[in-house]
Design a protein around this ligand. Structure first.
Ligand code: C2E
Ligand code: MG
Ligand code: MG
Ligand code: MG
Length: 290
């Protein structure tokens, strides 16, 4: 591998690479202690029934409250977590934290909305997952249908996972395919998919009103989903025009900045008031948002 020098013997790095390397070393160094020091937290983005505005579900999205850098989105550290071999541990933490939060909302008399968790491929290996999950649900007094597992297309394609995904589905855990349509063009694999739900990727939603190809792809996904019996949600909905297009073409559930950004748990609580409690529930019932 050739290395450029400046003539005095110093290696020339391009700034971006340098920054990346520094960031990676820094991140790897702090990840272990971040887990121990509870520096990770979850934000929740509501999923909405577009026609009524009702919140029908939540997606848990991880953030790292870094002591020096502040709140970091997953783009900054997810790859490093994977490379450091900590993904399984982190995912287990996310599942526990979601269940803890749902149980807390339940105790406050709030609705429990199905909450989805992003699951990386590595999480599936070498463990007795079904008993583990069942004991977590038991511990928090929840039923399995309170969780949804979002997997990527590449995970969904691995047939070795099918028996397990099938067992999850049999127990009532929803399994959905995240970022659908971005990686594989073959629809054939959908035949055998032990999943219940498809999330149309934001890149197609962005094309609404701009790209007739994207619009055609969305219409095709809606058609295939309805024919094969998959539930559907559109990700990254940012405009009224996009919402109207989706509703017109049969995609009723949406998630995106137009409706809600990912929010800290304390801002989600007020959205979960049961209608019959809405008048009585004062702010004293809610956790304070600091
Ligand atoms: P994702 O699962 O596809 O999550 C959706 C991402 O799109 C989130 O970014 C969300 O904030 C963003 N988003 C939602 N609505 C809109 C919109 O209207 N416009 C735009 N521009 N963006 C929108 P975030 O939170 O930065 O997460 C990025 C990715 O990181 C996630 O993509 C997911 O793949 C991964 N991730 C997040 N949390 C976890 C986790 O707990 N475990 C794992 N393994 N991955 C996670
Ligand atoms: Mg997701
Ligand atoms: Mg997604
Ligand atoms: Mg996406």
């Amino acid at each position: 591998q050739a290395k450029a020098t400046d003539g005095k013997g110093y290696y020339l790095f391009d700034d971006q690479l340098k920054e990346k390397l520094q960031q990676k070393t820094l991140i790897a160094k702090y990840l272990h202690s971040a887990l121990e020091n509870r520096e990770f937290l979850l934000h929740y983005q509501p999923q909405v029934h577009a026609a009524t505005g009702d919140v029908v579900g939540l997606e848990a999205l991880i953030r790292w409250n870094h002591p020096e850098k502040g709140l970091l989105p997953p783009g900054y550290f997810i790859t490093a977590v994977e490379e450091a071999g900590l993904m399984t541990q982190l995912t287990d933490w996310v599942i526990h934290e979601v269940c803890r939060q749902l149980a807390a909302w339940k105790r406050e008399g709030l609705q429990i909305l199905r909450t989805s968790v992003n699951i990386s491929n590595s999480w599936f290996y070498n463990r007795n997952l079904i008993p583990m999950l069942m004991s977590i649900f038991d511990h928090y007094g929840l039923t399995p249908d309170c969780l949804e597992f979002e997997i990527t297309e590449s995970t969904a394609l691995l047939e070795e996972h099918y028996p397990l995904l099938q067992q999850m589905r049999d127990r009532g855990i929803i399994v959905s395919v995240d970022d659908f349509g971005t990686k594989y063009s073959s629809l054939n694999y959908l035949k055998h998919f032990p999943v219940s739900k498809i999330k149309i990727d934001r890149t197609f939603i962005t094309g609404i009103g701009q790209s007739s190809i994207d619009e055609t792809i969305i219409k095709s996904i809606v058609y295939v989903a309805s024919q094969l019996g998959f539930d559907l949600i559109a990700e990254g909905v940012e405009s009224r025009e996009q919402t109207d297009f989706l509703l017109t073409h049969g995609c009723e559930h949406v998630q995106g900045f137009l409706f809600y950004r990912p929010l800290p748990a304390c801002e989600i609580g007020p959205l979960l008031k049961r209608p019959e409690l809405a008048m009585k529930a004062g702010s004293s019932m809610m956790e304070e948002c600091n």
